[in-house]
Design a protein around this ligand. Structure first.
Ligand code: GDP
Ligand code: MG
Length: 713
C-alpha cells in the first residue's frame, strides 16, 4: 500500500526537519494543502506524513514531514526514526534535499540540528519560521548575513500567514535545477583524528555513506536496523580497535557546533524583544497554578466530555435514523432473500457502525487540536505528568482516559501525541476499560433487574449509585492494569518530558481542520475496512447454520405458530428466535455454555456475548430477538421477558441477582467492541496488541464474573 515500492523513478523528495514545535507541520500544510496522506516508517509506529507541492515551474516534488527532532543523538523513538533514515543513503525515505525549519525567535537553540543536517552532504535550505512573530516583536533578522556564514540559502517564513512560501518554493526550484549548490560547502564540524579514522572505516561498509554518516553509524551501530549482523560485528570491531568513546565524542561535537554557530546567530539577529513574554507568563501563573491549574483542566475536560457526549448525539441520531430508513427501504423494496439480508444486516449495519463514530471523532479532535494549537495541551501534560508516571502513563494519557468515558475510539486516536512508545501503548491498552457510552444501555437493562429504584437518605437514588459504582470500577481497573503493564512491558527509551513550553498563540484553523479531516479519514479507511469485514462475518454466523438444523427450526416454529394461532409479526419473531438458536452463533453459544456456566450464564446469554462482540449495545437487541418468542403476551418488554426466564433444570430465574451482577461485571471489563480493536490495530500497526488487549480484557471479565457469581450464588 506504500508508494515507492511500485514506483521505479522516484519523485524529487524533500525532507522537512526541525525541532518539535518549530512549526513544521504548519509549513507542511501550507506547502501541500489537502494533497497529503499518512503512511508510516518501515516497521515502526511512527507516522510519516507525505505530501505533494507544486513549484513555480509546475514540477511536483514530494515532501516528507519528519518527526520533530532536537539532534542526531536521539532520546526518543521519533528521533531514532530520523537518525536511521538520514544515516542510510539507501533508505527508501532518504531525501534528495532538506528544508530545515527553525523558530527564528529561538534561533540559538534551533541551529544545532541544522548544522548536523548540513554535514550529511544533502542540499539544505534554512527556513526561519515565525517571521510574523519576529516582525511583531520588532526583531531584526539579517537572513542574508546568516546565509553567508552558514553557507546555506535562508528564507523567512510564516507557517501561520503563509508569508514566504513562494520564496521557499522558488528556492526549492533553484535547488531542484541544480543551480543553488554547484558544490556543497565544507562540513561544519571538523572530526577529530580518532573520529576521522573510525568513521572512514565505517562509512566504507555502508553504501553511499559520507564521512559524517559514518560517524553517526559508529555512534548508533548497536540499534540501527539497516545494518546486518555481520556489519554490526565489523563496526563493533572498528569501534573497539580505535577506542572510540561514543558519549565523549557526542559531547565534544555538540560543544564545538554550539561554539561555532552561536556567534553567527547573535550577529544576524537583533533581539529587541520587550517583556512580551509577559502574556504567556501571566496566563501560566493561573493555568498552571498548583490548585487552579488542575481545576481549570478538569472543567475543560468536563466540557470536552459533555461535547462528545451531547453534541455528538444529534448527528449520531441522524446517522442512525438514516440507516434505519435505508434499511427498511431495502427490506420493503428489494425481494426477500439472502442478498437483501446481507445488504441490511451485514453491509448497512457495518457501514452504519462505522459512520456513527464520526461525529465523536470529529468533535473530539476539533476541540483537542484547538487546545493543542493554542499551546494549552503541553501545559496540561506537564501538570499531570508526575502523577500519571506513577501508573506508567503520561500527562497526555489523561485526555485519552477522560474521553474514553464517551468512546474509546477517538480516545485511542488521541494517543498519537504521546511521544514515549511504552506510555502510549499502556494508554491504548487500558483506555477501553473506562466505561464508554455504549455500555449504558446494557447497564440500564441489568441494573433495572438487580437494584431496586429506591432513594436512600432522601437524596441518592440507588440505581444511580450503582451506575456510578460501575464507572468507578472501570477507572480503578484501568489504573491498576496500567500499573501491571508498566511492570511487565520493557521500555526501549527513557520517558522524557519536554521542558520547553510553547508560547500561547491564537490557533491556526487550517491546522485544526486538517487534523480533524486526517483523523476522520484514517478511521474510515483503515479501521472501517476491518469493522465492515467483522460485521459481515457476524451476520453470517447469526443468519446461517447447519442446513438440517435451520430447516428443523423453521418447521418447528411454523408448526408452533399455527398451533398457537399467532399473527404475522409474532410468527416472524418466533421464527427469528428459533433461527438464531439454530444458527452458527447459536451453536457457538451452546458450545461455550460449559465455559460460561460457572459465571451464571446460559447459552442464550452466550449468543448475546458472541454477537455483542460487534458492539456492546447489540446485547440488548440480540436479547430482544432471542426472547421474542411469539405468544399472546407480546407486549412484554425484553426486561420483563428476561425476568420471567427460568432455568429448565432448576426452575429458578436465570437472571438472579448473582447472574445479573456477574453479567454487569462482565460488561464492565470485556472487550466487546470490534471497532476499538480495529483502531488499536491501526494505531499500533500490528495485530499483536489488539490480540493481547482482547485476551487480557476477556480474562479480566471472566475472572471478575466468576468471582462475583461464585460468591453470591
Ligand atoms: P511542529 O510541532 O513543528 O509540527 O509545529 P506545528 O506546526 O504544530 O506548530 C506549533 C505551533 O506553532 C502551533 O500552535 C502553530 O499554530 C504555531 N505556528 C506554526 N508556524 C507559525 C508561524 O509562522 N507563526 C506563528 N505565530 N505561529 C506558528
Ligand atoms: Mg508536527
Amino acid at each position: 500500500m506504500e508508494d515507492g515500492t511500485r514506483q521505479i523513478t522516484r519523485p524529487f523528495t524533500v525532507a522537512l526537519l526541525g525541532n518539535p514545535n518549530c512549526g513544521k507541520s504548519s509549513v507542511f500544510n501550507q506547502l501541500t494543502g489537502l494533497r497529503q496522506k499518512v503512511g508510516n516508517f518501515p516497521g515502526v509506529t511512527v507516522d510519516k506524513k507525505l505530501g505533494k507541492a507544486k513549484l513555480p515551474d509546475e514540477t511536483e516534488v514530494r515532501i516528507i514531514d519528519f518527526p520533530g527532532t532536537y539532534s542526531f543523538y536521539p532520546t526518543s523513538l521519533d528521533e531514532r526514526i530520523v537518525v536511521q533514515t538520514l544515516s542510510n543513503p539507501s533508505d527508501e525515505n532518504y531525501p534528495d534535499a532538506a528544508v530545515y525549519i527553525a523558530d527564528v525567535t529561538r534561533l540559538e537553540k534551533h541551529l544545532l540540528l541544522l548544522t548536523q543536517l548540513r554535514d550529511l552532504g544533502l542540499p539544505v535550505i534554512l527556513a526561519l519560521n515565525m517571521a510574523d512573530v519576529a516582525d511583531k516583536e520588532g526583531m531584526e533578522v539579517d537572513h542574508l548575513g546568516l546565509a553567508r556564514s552558514l553557507e546555506v540559502p535562508v528564507v523567512k517564513l510564516s507557517g501561520r500567514t503563509g508569508f514566504g512560501m513562494e520564496t521557499l518554493k522558488r528556492e526549492l526550484q533553484l535547488l531542484h535545477q541544480g543551480i543553488t549548490y554547484q558544490t556543497l560547502p565544507a562540513p561544519f564540524y571538523k572530526l577529530s583524528p580518532l573520529e576521522q579514522s573510525t568513521s572512514e572505516a565505517v562509512s566504507e561498509m555502508v553504501p553511499g555513506a559520507n564521512l559524517y554518516q559514518g560517524l553517526l553509524i559508529a555512534h548508533h551501530y548497536q540499534w540501527l536496523p539497516f545494518l546486518s549482523d555481520a556489519q554490526r560485528k565489523l563496526i563493533g570491531d572498528v569501534v573497539q580497535r580505535n577506542r572510540f568513546e561514543s558519549l565523549r565524542s557526542q559531547v565534544d561535537e555538540t560543544m564545538q557546533r554550539y561554539d561555532k554557530f552561536t556567534p553567527m546567530a547573535r550577529q544576524s539577529i537583533r533581539d529587541v524583544r520587550p517583556a512580551n513574554r509577559n502574556i504567556t507568563d501571566k496566563l501560566d501563573a493561573i493555568l498552571t497554578h498548583i490548585i487552579a491549574g488542575p481545576i481549570i483542566f478538569l472543567i475543560l475536560m468536563l466540557l470536552l466530555f459533555q461535547a462528545i457526549f451531547t453534541w455528538a448525539s444529534y448527528p449520531m441520531d441522524l446517522i442512525e435514523a438514516f440507516f434505519s430508513l435505508v434499511g427498511s427501504l431495502v427490506h420493503d423494496k428489494l425481494p426477500h432473500g439472502w442478498f437483501t439480508d446481507l445488504l441490511n444486516d451485514g453491509i448497512l449495519a457495518g457501514l452504519g457502525g462505522i459512520l456513527v463514530f464520526i461525529p465523536q471523532i470529529a468533535i473530539l479532535f476539533f476541540l483537542i487540536s484547538l487546545l493543542e494549537e493554542v499551546g494549552y495541551m503541553a501545559r496540561a501534560a506537564y501538570m499531570f505528568d508526575r502523577l500519571m508516571q506513577v501508573f506508567g502513563l503520561n500527562g497526555r494519557s489523561l485526555v485519552a482516559l477522560i474521553s474514553g468515558g464517551a468512546c474509546a475510539i477517538p480516545a485511542i486516536m488521541t494517543t498519537r501525541t504521546i511521544g514515549n512508545w511504552k506510555e502510549r501503548l499502556i494508554t491504548i491498552l487500558v483506555t477501553p476499560l473506562i466505561s464508554c457510552s455504549a455500555r449504558i444501555p446494557v447497564y440500564t437493562v441489568l441494573i433495572g433487574f438487580v437494584v431496586p429504584p429506591k432513594t436512600i437518605a432522601g437524596l441518592f437514588n440507588l440505581q444511580g449509585l450503582a451506575f456510578m459504582g460501575l464507572y468507578l470500577l472501570g477507572v480503578v481497573a484501568a489504573l491498576l492494569s496500567a500499573l501491571v503493564f508498566k511492570w511487565i512491558l520493557k521500555s526501549r527509551e527513557n520517558s522524557f518530558l519536554m521542558l520547553e513550553l510553547p508560547e500561547y498563540r491564537t490557533p491556526v484553523m487550517r491546522n485544526v481542520f486538517l487534523t480533524v479531516w486526517e483523523k476522520v479519514r484514517s478511521f474510515m479507511w483503515e479501521a472501517g475496512r476491518i469493522i465492515m469485514a467483522i460485521s459481515i462475518v457476524l451476520w453470517v454466523l447469526a443468519s446461517y447454520g447447519p442446513r438440517a438444523d435451520m430447516q428443523a427450526a423453521r418447521q418447528e416454529a411454523l408448526v408452533q405458530a399455527k398451533e398457537r394461532q399467532l399473527d404475522e409479526t409474532a410468527t416472524a419473531n418466533l421464527l427469528a428466535a428459533r433461527q438464531i438458536e439454530a444458527s452458527f452463533a447459536g451453536h457457538i453459544g451452546k458450545f461455550i455454555e460449559p465455559a460460561i456456566r460457572p459465571l451464571g450464564f446460559d447459552w442464550k446469554i452466550g449468543i448475546a456475548l458472541v454477537t455483542s462482540f460487534a458492539a456492546r449495545e447489540v446485547f440488548v437487541g440480540t436479547m430482544a430477538t432471542i426472547y421474542s418468542i411469539g405468544s399472546a403476551e407480546d407486549d412484554y418488554s425484553v426486561r420483563d421477558r428476561m425476568a420471567m426466564e427460568r432455568d429448565p433444570l432448576t426452575g429458578r430465574p436465570v437472571y438472579s441477582l448473582a447472574a445479573s451482577l456477574s453479567l454487569l461485571i462482565f460488561y464492565v471489563f470485556a472487550m466487546q467492541c470490534m471497532s476499538t480493536l480495529a483502531v488499536v490495530r491501526r494505531e499500533t500497526k500490528s495485530w499483536k496488541w489488539p490480540l493481547v488487549q482482547f485476551l487480557f480484557m476477556s480474562g479480566l471479565a471472566y475472572l471478575g464474573s466468576l468471582i462475583t457469581y461464585q460468591l453470591l450464588a
